[in-house]
Ligand binder design. Structure first.
Ligand SMILES: [Mg+2]
Length: 348
């Protein structure tokens, strides 16, 4: 039997909550992301996106693009509460839930009517939380996630197994799971720009160039993704990193990235009920040398402010910031799954 997977992604989550709670903000460009001039945008309302504002953009740049926007600090406590409510709704419909961030999750509803369930979840979210979500349905996680992206906000899209190959064909390769800017450039080099190009490519050549990843992207290009919905984190660490388009010498930009990673990674921890003890910052210099420096906390945490503060300290105390930097990364490890999940609001 085919699996039935639903991917739910809330629309402009933080900004939508702020607009819900303050009717004066409705229909206006709202940017949530800290009021510090050095902060980054966490969420922009759809009205703000029209001006080109998007998440991860420095607030300074956003202010230039959208000077009349309403800039609000991140009220994480409030968003976590809403996230809990959201997961209470999910739990009505499936016991197999894989939260992937504070506002996104996969549900495995195999054997049931996924379309009716998705409609009901959307209805419940609107009625109980006065928020909208975009939902995708398919036979695996990769396709379900793509489907939820097709129509936003307030979308509901089904990609049937037999439509997958045709659906994927015209999309850029960056839509494939795990294809970042670097892999995209490597694919472009061998003439692959669209997923259809991969479908036509010789799988053996792909494997000879990219190894295991070659087989993976070939399978993805045909809509094949065997990964199950995972209720718990399996990896022993989580992290994010980014190679800059050009070498960076500004500590401010590096700190912005760390803040952005801290928020994203803390969201993941919170949504899965994990705490971490070790924070590692990785830096690749423009001469390609790589250094990592870690700090282990006495008290485990999932608080993005603590993670950001510590990672910032590591960056400024343990790296030589007078050299140009190509890449910065943040990894959280020493994951702890507490005995008493209630304490950590495992309800979500
Ligand atoms: Mg979202």
């Amino acid at each position: 039997m085919d699996r039935e997977i639903i991917h739910i992604d809330m629309d402009a989550f933080y900004a939508a909550i702020e607009q819900r709670d303050n009717p004066n903000l409705k229909g206006k460009p709202v940017i949530v992301g800290g009021v510090r001039s050095r902060g980054v945008v966490c969420t922009a309302s759809y009205e703000a996106r029209i001006y080109g504002v998007h998440s991860a953009m420095p607030i300074k740049v956003a202010r230039r693009l959208c000077p009349n926007g309403i800039y609000l600090p991140v009220n994480m406590e409030k968003y976590k509460e809403v996230s809990k409510e959201l997961h209470r709704i999910f739990k009505r419909y499936s016991s197999k839930i894989e939260p992937i961030s504070i506002d996104e999750a996969f549900l495995d509803v195999t054997g049931e009517n996924s379309l009716i369930i998705a409609q009901n979840i959307k209805k419940d979210i609107l009625k109980e939380l006065q928020l909208t979500a975009s939902v995708g349905i398919s036979t695996n996680k990769f396709l379900a996630k793509l489907a939820s992206d097709v129509k936003k906000p307030d979308g509901l899209t089904v990609i049937r197994k037999e439509e997958a190959v045709k659906f994927l064909k015209p999309l850029p390769v960056s839509c494939l799971w795990g294809v970042g800017p670097k892999m995209e450039r490597e694919l472009n080099k061998i003439g692959i720009y669209f997923i259809g190009d991969i479908q036509r490519y010789d799988i053996d050549v792909l494997i000879s160039i990219f190894g295991k990843r070659g087989k993976e992207i070939y399978d993805f290009s045909y809509g094949i993704d065997p990964r199950p919905v995972e209720v718990h984190i399996i990896n022993q660490s989580i992290g994010e990193e980014e190679t800059f388009q050009e070498d960076i010498k500004s500590p401010e930009i590096l700190i912005n990235r760390l803040e952005f990673y801290s928020i994203n990674l803390a969201n993941k921890l919170v949504s899965k009920g994990y705490l971490i003890r070790t924070i590692t910052v990785k830096v690749k210099y423009n001469d390609f040398t790589v250094e990592t420096r870690s700090m282990t906390l006495n008290i485990p945490t999932n608080d993005e402010k603590i993670i950001f503060k510590i990672s910032k300290q590591i960056l400024s105390n343990k790296f030589s910031l007078d050299k140009s930097i190509r890449l910065i990364g943040l990894t959280l490890s020493n994951l702890i799954y507490p005995e008493d999940p209630i304490q950590l609001s495992m309800e979500i």
